[in-house]
Design a protein around this ligand. Structure first.
Ligand SMILES: NC(=O)c1ccc[n+]([C@@H]2O[C@H](COP(=O)([O-])OP(=O)(O)OC[C@H]3O[C@@H](n4cnc5c(N)ncnc54)[C@H](OP(=O)(O)O)[C@@H]3O)[C@@H](O)[C@H]2O)c1
Length: 333
């Protein structure tokens, strides 16, 4: 099978397409023929080891110290089950699925194995494989973090970094729950986040949201560029801070800060579950949640996809079409 492999850390060109043996599904595993995947912020971080402050050593234990330990990147997939290993009961060959592979990666290949008990769910029937792949990374992350708090009609939510993969999903999930959403992004992305349900948009290039007098029930931070001491006054008593991006000091201090301030802080990694992914898929199938695709690339052009993601400016998701030609660029909004 073809796979996008990287043998050293570095720029987009370290990723090469090579032939590799097709994997075989083990006990309880599905062999999925990948139709589409994305190049995500996690792929960028793994390829470059550009990780939040203090996390280089810890991340190296999984990513590798000198050379990459996991040669095929890609955290998310949409595809078709080709074979099932022994003891698989939940899915069967021919089923169309989406999956979050998480830190195991491996989605940038024609085939990957997925444990049936992992973060895998039926693909929404109304979406193309590209659209379905674009649901996964941001959708499951936003759901996992928002699941740490309760959103009710009238809850006020600020999403910092609202136009990225996680942000576009968080804006929609908060809106679906009836929350009033304030989205922080650059001016050109204001229309996008409004179309997803943001009631208020703050253009961070002209306005500093931390200087406003507003207070929120929940802040979802998908950028990690604002110190806690500046976020704390913006969060109502008993509110929540969901730090999707957090450095090591932020992760270590979360418990103590929660105790001291009464703000419920979730920082760092959260588990990705099949239940969360199924929930995301159901919201997409009923037309409530839509994937945001910035650009699509063929697997053979994956270095270009990495180059684009490296800009830090992608809107939503950058899709890689693994089977067949890409459907072309354009934003689904
Ligand atoms: N903890 C976890 O389990 C977990 C899971 C997934 C992702 N993450 C992390 O979460 C972060 C976000 O992921 P993602 O996939 O959403 O990233 P992404 O799609 O690459 O985010 C790109 C977006 O970031 C926005 N942005 C850049 N600088 C900004 C700023 N100063 N203020 C506001 N927005 C800014 C850009 O908007 P403009 O062009 O408008 O500036 C762009 O739309 C990444 O650091 C990723 O590593 C963590």
């Amino acid at each position: 099978m073809k796979a996008a492999v990287y043998r050293r850390f570095g720029g987009p060109d370290v990723v090469r397409i090579v032939e590799q043996p097709k994997p075989a599904p083990g006990r309880g595993e599905l062999l999925v023929k990948v139709q589409a995947t994305t190049v995500s912020a996690a792929d960028y971080r793994a390829r470059t080891k550009d990780v939040p402050k203090g996390l280089k050593l810890l991340s190296s234990t999984t990513l590798g110290f000198i050379t990459p330990r996991i040669p095929v990147l890609g955290m998310d997939i949409a595809g078709v089950i080709e074979a099932a290993g022994p003891d698989v009961t939940r899915f069967k060959p021919g089923d169309e699925v989406i999956a979050m592979l998480g830190g195991k990666f491996g989605g940038h290949a024609e085939y990957v194995t997925v444990p049936q008990d992992g973060a895998v769910a039926a693909k929404p029937a109304n979406l193309t494989f590209e659209e379905a792949a674009a649901l996964v990374f941001g959708g499951i992350t936003a759901q996992a973090f928002l699941g740490r708090t309760s959103l009710d009609p009238g809850t006020s939510v600020l999403v910092n970094g609202a136009s990225g993969a996680v942000g576009t999903a968080a804006v929609q999930l908060a809106r679906i729950a009836g929350a009033h959403v304030t989205a922080v992004c650059s001016g050109p992305n204001a229309g996008l986040v409004r179309s997803l349900g943001a009631g208020t948009v703050v253009d961070y290039t002209t306005e500093d949201f931390t200087e406003a007098s507003a207070a929120y029930d929940v802040i979802v931070d998908c950028v990690g560029n604002v110190p806690f001491r500046h976020l704390q006054p913006l969060i109502k008593p008993g509110g929540a801070l969901l730090s999707v991006v957090a450095d090591l000091p932020g992760v270590l201090a979360a418990g103590l800060r929660s105790h001291r301030t009464g703000i419920h802080i979730t920082a760092g990694n959260v588990p990705f579950t099949g239940a969360d992914l199924a929930h995301i898929a159901q919201l997409a199938e009923t037309g409530q949640l839509r994937p945001v695709i910035d650009r699509s690339f063929a697997l053979t052009d994956i270095a270009e996809a990495h180059r684009y993601v490296s800009t830090g400016r992608k809107r939503g998701n950058v899709v890689v079409q693994v089977a067949g030609p890409p459907a072309g660029g354009g934003l689904v909004d």
